[in-house]
Design a protein around this ligand. Structure first.
Ligand SMILES: Cc1cc2nc3c(=O)[nH]c(=O)nc-3n(C[C@H](O)[C@H](O)[C@H](O)COP(=O)(O)OP(=O)(O)OC[C@H]3O[C@@H](n4cnc5c(N)ncnc54)[C@H](O)[C@@H]3O)c2cc1C
Length: 481
């Protein structure tokens, strides 16, 4: 055990510090196992005071700290580098729900609370926490805040940032900044809460937060429809929003390439269409009123009738070709399972380029068409998979190489295609990182495409809060020129 690990163990107790490589294994490798580093030790404080003690000790000795919650991040920001000099500070033992207020509709929770557990707990009290995505069984609220996670309900409720009212942070030198509050209005100078949301562990450790809650929807209606183009899909979104009074909770696009690969990879996944369409779109609307959730004389739910009415009108106008309406909760879950298998299905494609991008909604269609042209003129046997949270303008865009095509030619041209797509994205006013963050993976993009003045300001903020550069160094903010 290193001197520093022994010191931490003497301050926090031996159980709070791991040094055995076998014990540390899961903390030093990424979710998919494709990347791994080495840590000096893993420290697992159980309280804010213990986080403060560990941070003050690390700061005094100039030891770099990698904060980690659920370790499901997809940007390489939650694992140590391979120097063996960084410590991982895991929040997993800070998993208390400090308070739920059913009248203020808030919960104050510690950073290590697993997202799915929070769902279960508040739903047991008739409330709803809308943040939702495939990693919910492992990711934790501290990591969700640090990455400003998005997911499938952003179209109605916003990103994690919009769901957060207050935050508790341990600064690099160990000081505790208590901005926990259920205030919905609070104009008292700079909004430091928002500075830490999305900071990916580069400014301090988020130890707790006060989050917004909502009434639990009493009924939902879910459909999977097929459309010919992204422009048609967006028209459908606007119609369903208008018809339902803005009740769209999820609007997710699943293109032909994804639906085909899903069938090949896992035949147990729902196969909703006999002939694979150009695009499938999962639409979910929700209602909280008794009226919308009470079946009429024919047994039909008003909320389901609303979705059906909007879809039928779109069908008549040629915007939709086919539609499957979930007739039971089991069918609804089958549709969700198909969407949430996205990462697993994508990972089953061996040769590909992946992007996590966003664009203004009205530019998506033109951007995807122009990207297709870039691909067609560069290689043969490659196709696009513009999958994702279309309602938010966020695509997990893939360029996939057909296994029967010339894989080596694809690989040789991959860098050129990636750069051309990113240049086009910048010209179209898009973002090269919509929801997964920068971590260690997107530093070149950050250097090339982020506004230079904004980068300067970020470096100044980082230097002010973390003058020794100890918080997640080398992640999120590229080194200066
Ligand atoms: C199957 C799957 C589906 C996914 N779908 C989505 C999706 O739809 N939308 C989306 O946005 N993301 C998605 N992700 C990515 C990932 O789940 C999110 O980024 C999530 O918010 C990370 O939470 P975590 O607890 O795992 O954080 P970690 O992976 O532990 O950490 C992520 C980053 O935050 C920092 N960090 C962690 N905890 C703290 C803390 N307490 N204080 C300060 N910094 C901290 C880390 O240093 C790291 O830089 C998906 C991932 C998987 C595996």
């Amino acid at each position: 055990m290193s001197d520093f690990a022994s010191k931490l163990a003497s301050m926090l107790g031996a159980g709070a510090v791991l040094t055995d490589p076998v014990d540390m294994a899961k903390y030093v490798r990424s979710w998919s196992g494709s990347e791994a580093g080495k840590a000096l030790c893993v420290v697992r404080p159980a309280t804010t005071a213990e986080v403060s003690t560990a941070m003050a000790a690390a700061y005094a000795e100039g030891i770099a700290v990698v904060p980690q919650s659920g370790n499901t991040g997809l940007a390489g920001g939650s694992i140590p580098d391979d120097s063996g000099k960084e410590i991982v500070l895991s929040l997993e033992r800070m998993n208390c729900i400090r308070e739920i207020s059913t009248s203020a509709l808030t919960m104050t929770v510690e950073a290590g609370c697993v997202l799915a557990k929070l769902h279960e707990t508040v739903e047991g009290q008739g409330l709803f926490f809308p943040l939702n995505f495939g990693a919910k069984g492992s990711c934790m609220i501290g990591g969700n805040l640090a990455t400003n996670a998005g997911g499938s309900n952003v179209v109605r409720y916003g990103n994690t940032r919009e769901l957060c009212l207050g935050i508790e942070v341990v600064l690099p030198d160990g000081r505790v900044m208590d901005l926990l509050s259920g205030l919905r209005k609070n104009n008292t100078g700079y909004d430091l809460r928002d500075l830490f949301v999305g900071s990916e562990g580069t400014l301090g450790i988020i130890t707790a937060a006060t989050m917004k809650l909502y009434p639990l929807p009493k009924a939902r209606a879910t459909a999977l429809v097929s459309v010919e183009s992204l422009a048609d899909a967006l028209s459908v979104l606007n119609r369903v929003q208008a018809e339902s009074g803005g009740a769209v909770e999820a609007f997710e696009i699943m293109p032909n390439a994804f639906l085909r690969q899903a069938q090949r990879h896992n035949p147990n996944l729902l196969q909703p269409f006999r002939d694979l369409p150009r695009y499938g779109v999962m639409i979910e609307i929700a209602a909280t009123s008794d009226e919308a959730a009470t079946p009429d004389a024919d047994g039909a739910l008003p909320v389901a009738a609303t979705l059906q009415r909007a879809a039928e009108a779109a069908l008549e106008d040629g915007l939709i070709q086919d539609a499957l309406f979930a007739a039971s909760e089991a069918q609804r879950l089958d549709i969700w399972k198909l969407r949430e298998a996205a990462l697993e299905v994508t990972n089953s494609v061996k040769t590909k380029i992946g992007f996590d991008i966003s664009l203004p909604l009205d530019r998506i269609h033109g951007f995807v068409d122009a990207t297709q042209k870039i691909v067609d003129r560069t290689v043969t046997g490659a196709y696009l998979n513009p999958l994702g949270h279309l309602g938010d303008g966020n695509l997990h865009l893939g360029i996939w190489c057909d296994p029967d095509a010339d894989v080596d030619a694809f690989k040789a041209k991959a860098g050129e295609m990636k750069n051309a797509v990113l240049d086009l994205l910048a010209q179209s006013g898009g973002s090269f990182s919509a929801e997964h963050g920068i971590g260690s993976h997107k530093l070149p993009e950050m250097r090339k495409y982020k506004d230079a003045v904004a980068l300067d300001v970020m470096r100044s903020i980082k230097a002010a809060l973390d003058p020794k550069g100890m918080m997640n160094p080398g992640r999120t903010i590229p080194a200066g020129n």
